[in-house]
Design a protein around this ligand. Structure first.
Ligand code: GLC
Length: 513
């Protein structure tokens, strides 16, 4: 089971590399950089959705589940990518979006045209004296309902993303066909979007406790039956399913990881953890308990296309607002890079699998200062331009220090503008510098297999220092500002230089005993 300790690289395709010069990343752009990924040393990639889509939520509004958007190169480009990735031993995961589709999906068009069978595949409810059928809110802001004629349809996200009615067996059958289609084409697995949201409370009652997490709109027991069927499909072909699941407790998460459900689910608890030794240890411990209860492994991640980049979360020195995953305020980039390097090494030493979001290997900061007129995230519009949203972690990657769009595209016009300072983080330039954040990731990926077996915490005598061993490897992280002298064996790799026999402040070091 290759995935149990795999490192999977998340490709936000629009922003990875552009081959055809239109300023938007594409599959051929990715394919011509597969050697980059093997040089970094990852085991596979997860591709954000690249199906035909009007792009209201950049691909998370799917119009055709068995096609590839021609702007990304269409199915032929996808097949070329799959073949070239497999030739290099890289696995390829797609992104399955089963909670909702696009308003352009043929089923929803038929529903709007009045076809009763098509309407049953979505969640339409009558008007309540001019009000929506209940008081639920959309994740992107505003009501979760949009009116068409004398009825309303439910959309947990943007109005352009109508929710499917998972209580209709036609919907379930459809997604099983979709899985089979891509598995037959050679796809190695799926990241599954907002798995916990497929089912809502059958009666759709009002949620009385606004604005807290609406338990009526998600995490309903019926979802587990669906996952059991998907797992059978995956197991029959040795494929892997990893869930995106935001639920309140690790116990809730563990239910999705029972032996006949998903193999993996992102452990977001650590992603939202502030830079604090005790909080990190507590989060890791709670994650490890989950493993004990299900036999699954933990799927660690410190960043993705929905949250602020790790550098900017860990480097935040004063906070002015924003949600926990996307705090705003003043960022000390140097401090953030230092801590993000330490956090990456800590996570790469833990038991389980790690997902690495593109650009994190180069210590890329969040672009906090995108011009308002450039913003595209529906969150920005649905919140009345108060919540800035997720565009800042989706800015096209800088590959070179100069040139149009820093080597991302032949065009200087990229779909989100790159800031001037991006060149300082150029990936190709970092590849030739042994002390760069990129080189640290490559070295850590090479040495990570040295960590074997269960984690055992070691006493450190300091509240701001965490140390653990796995087999004969030891990982020490200093969260605070003072160096930490160690007696843990031969130094193997360090995220910051220290004087002999010490681990530097705000850094992680690996030792072999
Ligand atoms: C998930 C995706 C996010 C998307 C949302 C709706 O949270 O990660 O990018 O906007 O689902 O599909």
């Amino acid at each position: 089971m290759w995935w149990r300790d795999a490192v999977v690289y998340q490709v936000y395709l629009r922003s990875f590399a552009d081959a055809d010069g239109d300023g938007v990343g594409d599959l051929d752009g990715l394919r011509t950089r597969l050697d980059y990924l093997t040089a970094l040393g990852v085991d596979g990639i997860w591709l954000n959705p690249c199906y035909p889509s009007p792009g209201a939520d950049h691909g998370y509004d799917v119009a055709d589940y068995t096609g590839i958007d021609t702007r990304y190169g269409g199915l032929p480009a996808f097949d070329r990518l799959l073949a070239d990735a497999h030739a290099r031993g890289l696995k390829v995961f797609m992104d399955l979006v089963p909670n909702h589709c696009s308003v352009e999906h043929p089923w929803f068009r038929a529903a709007l045209a009045g076809d009763p069978a098509a309407r049953e595949r979505f969640i339409f409810r009558p008007d309540r004296d001019g009000d929506p059928p209940n008081n639920w809110l959309s994740v992107f802001g505003g009501p979760a309902w949009t009116r068409v004629g004398d009825a309303w349809y439910l959309h947990s996200f943007d109005p352009a993303q109508p929710d499917f009615n998972w209580r209709n067996p036609e919907v379930a059958a459809y997604f099983e066909d979709v899985l089979r289609f891509w598995f037959d084409r050679g796809v190695d697995g799926f990241r599954i979007d907002v798995v916990h949201m497929l089912f809502k409370h059958a009666d759709l009652p009002d949620w009385p406790h606004h604005p807290e997490y609406n338990i009526l709109a998600q995490n309903q027991p019926e979802v587990h039956e669906v996952l059991r069927r998907w797992r059978k499909l995956a197991d029959a072909r040795e494929r892997t399913l990893v869930g995106e699941i935001w639920v309140p407790t690790v116990g809730d998460l563990a239910l999705y990881l029972r032996p006949d459900e998903l193999q993996q689910a992102f452990y977001f608890d650590l992603l939202v953890c502030p830079w604090d030794a005790a909080r990190f240890r507590d989060s890791i411990d709670r994650g490890l308990e989950q493993v004990v209860s299900t036999g699954a492994v933990i799927t660690w991640t410190l960043a993705n296309h929905d949250v602020h980049r790790a550098v900017s979360r860990y480097g935040l020195v004063s906070r002015t607002g924003g949600p926990d995953t996307r705090p705003r305020g003043t960022v000390d980039v140097e401090l953030g890079v230092r801590r993000a390097r330490a956090a990456a090494m800590l996570v790469l030493a833990l038991p389980g699998s790690v997902y690495l979001y593109q650009g994190e290997e180069a210590g890329l900061p969040e672009v906090m200062d995108l011009p308002d007129e450039a913003r595209q995230d529906p969150t920005w519009f649905r919140s009345g331009r108060t919540e800035h949203g997720r565009d800042g972690c989706r800015v096209p990657l800088p590959w070179t220090a100069a040139g149009p769009s820093f080597g991302f595209s032949a065009s200087a016009e990229t779909w989100l503008p790159q800031p001037e300072w991006f060149g300082a983080f150029a990936i190709e330039e970092q590849m030739s510098r042994p002390e760069s954040t990129w080189s640290l990731h490559r070295d850590a990926l090479r040495m990570r297999p040295g960590f074997e077996g269960p984690l055992e915490w070691l006493p450190t005598g300091r509240e701001d220092v965490l140390a653990f061993r796995r087999g004969d490897m030891v990982c020490v992280t200093v969260f605070g500002g003072e160096p930490y002298p160690v007696e843990h064996g031969t130094p193997v790799l360090a995220s910051a230089e220290a004087s002999a026999g010490a681990v530097a402040p705000g850094s992680t070091a690996w030792f072999r005993r």
